[in-house]
Design a protein around this ligand. Structure first.
Ligand code: ADP
Ligand code: MG
Length: 725
């Protein structure tokens, strides 16, 4: 292993940036060339088919068999012309990442040969062997089988020689076994609810679209160094290693230029992303050494989620080509920043209005306030759920652990919007809402300057921040499927908007004017949801205490956080999106995943501690012992002469004994946890009784790393992992 470490350091240091071939045409020309997009559709589908498909997508209707046949025929022709031989239904099971099962484009021709064939029914539906995907018991209690069904709202694309068809994945009895199904339902719900509310202001609006612009953070590590770290290879994070003397203190990485080897990787990644129709735009260094970020232009939420998952797999592939390994883990290295995936989210109408943009005049300002207040109320009522939607064993290292952000959801609005809400709350209806002679209702309390708001006071410590024309949900983990957070958020806002409209309409039917009704309900919500608003330092200890006083959800144990999914409020929030049975089943999967992740980390750490660390520490100690005993041969004063050696011998013993004892205690804790029947209780036991050992054992190993001769240390050190590129 020691040999492996030094060989890896040598190889990594000598690595040269890879040549990357530039596409022959302009970006705008090859953009989307691997996507069955509108351009391809107009070429390969008849006018009628194209129109029927677009109508179905627009209205969210299902595609009938006849239409599917026509689309499949066009898609097949396009795919074959692009060298495709196989097709797959591409879906998002409840594990992380995506799943695919490839089938060749061939059928019997009836004469003993084969023909290239791709029927409509194969486009519309497939039956992957679903038994190995997690279902939380849904498939045990109901039907064993699951099937995938075409999502026409996300276009098919080509990877290598395979046509990938985005699909949902459900059981035969209709329960969702994936992330996409509830996301699509939540998006439909928010569309319907928001459209109802916008119509108080703009009667011509018939559709509201949820937009998402994600920012993906990641680390790159040289491939050979990665291989010299079995913990990184097996768990995605380093389970041990002392901090590097230099890491991010100087902030020189963030402001520095992008290293050449990394730039080549980024370029190739961008070429591939553009060909796949993913509008990537921003690339830069992040705060920690070897940490970077990629962000596209925002898109409709369902497409943005697919694009994020697709780009993550492209990033992994391109990184390997450049002899890197990409780390999406939320906290691969202790002591430096972790990685997130900020979800910039907004609602826009089919008439082109961004509902989270303050707007140009007082009429638009009132509409803006209406949506902001409802979002506040939604986040307030569902703060536990929203936290659950981003919680995982890996993201727990970013949130609620020893470092920075606490596991508490609050909303940052900035001073301008906060002031307006405060004024609104104290005002009378005559001041707050005015009606002009054209019967237009508008905001009476204070103007919000449109330009000023964009990029005004930013608060980087808030998990959910207003940033001028959108909210930024920052607590999402870098390895997560955005669909989880986006489903919870859109569902929460949809439910809230429905309640709001019901309340306003009830007041109107009792004889109140529209403006009075809006005023009353908004004022009530501003009061009720006050405790979710926080503009201060979200990383401070005072905030933790304050949040507790405000009765916000402060739970830090991930398995317990998942309970929020089945709270009374969550069941209401998910009405029509996920049933109570589905919510329970999905929690079973979450608990199981949690347990498995901690179990794997615990095993890997135990193995490395016993087979790598302790033997090396003892070998080093033996050298010291030999040295002392030889000193004894030449001098009676060996205790003085060998004072430092003797001190080190004792220290090594202390740490080795501690590591050994704790590894065995951890194994016992694991055994006890494994005997627990309930998935929830098992996950809780892993959280409470197993996970703490990971830190305790690590502490002693990291101390040994500082003592043992560098030449003998088997695992690549932080300074090597983080600074060689
Ligand atoms: P920053 O790092 O300052 O937060 P970036 O420019 O890196 O911002 O990323 C911002 C992301 O927000 C991009 O994906 C961008 O397309 C997206 N975005 C901008 N406006 C909106 C909007 N109205 N709705 C959703 N996303 C948006
Ligand atoms: Mg951002």
């Amino acid at each position: 292993m020691t040999k492996l470490r030094f060989k890896a350091v040598a190889l990594a240091s000598e690595r040269k940036p890879l040549e990357v071939e530039k596409p022959k045409s302009k970006t705008s020309e090859y953009y989307g060339e691997k996507v069955f997009n509108r351009k391809a559709m107009t070429k390969y589908l008849s006018k009628e088919t194209f129109k029927a498909l677009n109508d179905a997508i627009e209205k969210g209707q299902s595609v009938n068999r006849n239409l599917a046949e026509h689309v499949a025929a066009g898609m097949r022709m396009w795919a074959l012309e692009n060298g495709v031989t196989h097709y797959t239904h591409w879906f998002h099971p409840l594990t992380d990442g995506t799943a695919e099962k490839h089938d060749a484009f061939v059928e019997h021709d009836g004469n003993g040969g084969l023909i290239e064939e791709f029927e409509g029914k194969l486009l519309a539906q497939q039956e992957p062997d679903a038994s190995s995907f997690p279902s939380g018991g849904l498939r045990n209690t109901f039907e064993a089988r699951g099937y995938s069904a075409w999502d026409p709202s996300s276009p098919a694309f080509i990877v290598g020689e395979t046509l990938c068809i985005p699909t949902i994945f459900i059981s035969y009895t209709g329960e969702a076994l994936d992330y996409k199904t509830p996301l699509l339902k939540a998006l439909a719900a928010v569309d319907k609810a928001a459209t109802g509310v916008v119509q108080y202001f703009n009667e011509d609006v018939t559709k509201v679209i949820s937009n998402l612009g994600w920012e993906q953070e990641y680390f790159l590590v040289d491939e050979d160094l990665f291989m010299a770290r079995p913990d990184l290879a097996l768990t995605g994070r380093t389970l041990m290693s002392h901090e590097s003397a230099k890491n991010q203190q100087l902030e020189d990485h963030y402001f520095g230029s992008i290293p050449e080897r990394v730039q080549r990787f980024m370029k190739e990644l961008e070429y591939e992303a553009y060909a796949l129709g993913i509008p990537v735009k921003t690339r830069h260094n992040e705060v920690a050494p070897n940490q970077f970020e990629l962000a596209p232009i925002y898109e409709e939420c369902n497409l943005a989620v697919d694009h994020n998952l697709l780009v993550m797999s492209v990033m992994d592939k391109v990184a390997r080509k450049h002899s890197f390994r990409i780390l999406f883990h939320e906290k691969p290295f202790k002591g430096i920043n972790g990685s997130g995936k900020h979800n910039n989210w907004s609602l826009a109408t089919n008439t082109g209005i961004n509902l989270l943009s303050p707007g140009k005049d007082k009429v638009e300002n009132l509409r803006f306030i209406t949506f902001v207040v409802n979002i506040l109320a939604a986040v307030y009522k569902n703060n536990g759920l929203l936290k659950a939607s981003i919680s995982s064993a890996t993201n727990a290292h970013r949130l609620g652990a020893n470092e920075a952000p606490p596991a508490i959801i609050s909303v940052f609005l900035g001073t301008q919007v906060s002031d307006i809400l405060d004024k609104f709350e104290k005002s009378s209806v005559k001041d707050a809402i005015v009606v002009d002679n054209k019967k237009q209702i508008s905001l009476g309390v204070g103007q919000i300057p449109e330009i000023l708001l964009d990029n005004t006071d930013r608060n980087r410590t808030s998990p959910f921040a207003f940033t001028g024309n959108r909210f930024e949900f920052r607590a999402v983990g870098s390895s997560a499927n955005c669909a989880s957070a986006m489903t919870a958020l859109n569902a929460s806002v949809a439910e809230q908007l429905r309640v709001f409209k019901d309340e306003v309409d009830a007041l109107i039917s009792k004889g109140k004017s529209k403006e009075e009704a809006l005023y009353e309900v908004l004022k009530k919500y501003i009061k009720e949801s006050r405790s979710i608003r926080f503009n201060g330092n979200g990383y401070s200890e005072e905030w933790k205490a304050e949040a507790k006083k405000r009765k916000l959800d402060c739970e830090t144990s991930v398995p317990v956080i998942y309970d929020s999914y089945t709270s009374k409020q969550s069941i209401k929030t998910f009405a029509g999106i996920l049933s109570e049975v589905e919510l329970h089943a999905r929690n079973e999967v979450k608990w199981e995943m949690y347990t498995k992740k901690i179990q794997i980390e615990s095993r890997v750490l135990g193995d490395l501690a016993l087979n790598h660390i302790i033997p090396v520490a003892i070998s080093y100690q033996s050298i010291l012992l030999t040295n002392v005993s030889k000193l004894k041969d030449i001098s009676d004063d060996y205790k003085t002469l060998g004072a430092e050696q003797i001190r080190l011998i004792e220290k090594v013993s202390t740490h080795v004994n501690a590591v050994n004892a704790k590894v065995h205690e951890m194994i016992d804790a694991r055994k006890a946890a494994n005997n627990i029947e309930s998935e929830r209780e098992k996950a809780v036991a892993y959280h409470d009784n197993v996970a703490p050992y990971l830190d305790e054992i690590r502490y002693h190993i990291d101390k040994l790393e500082l003592i043992v001769d560098n030449e003998m240390w088997p695992l690549a050190k932080y300074r090597e992992l983080l600074f060689i590129r």
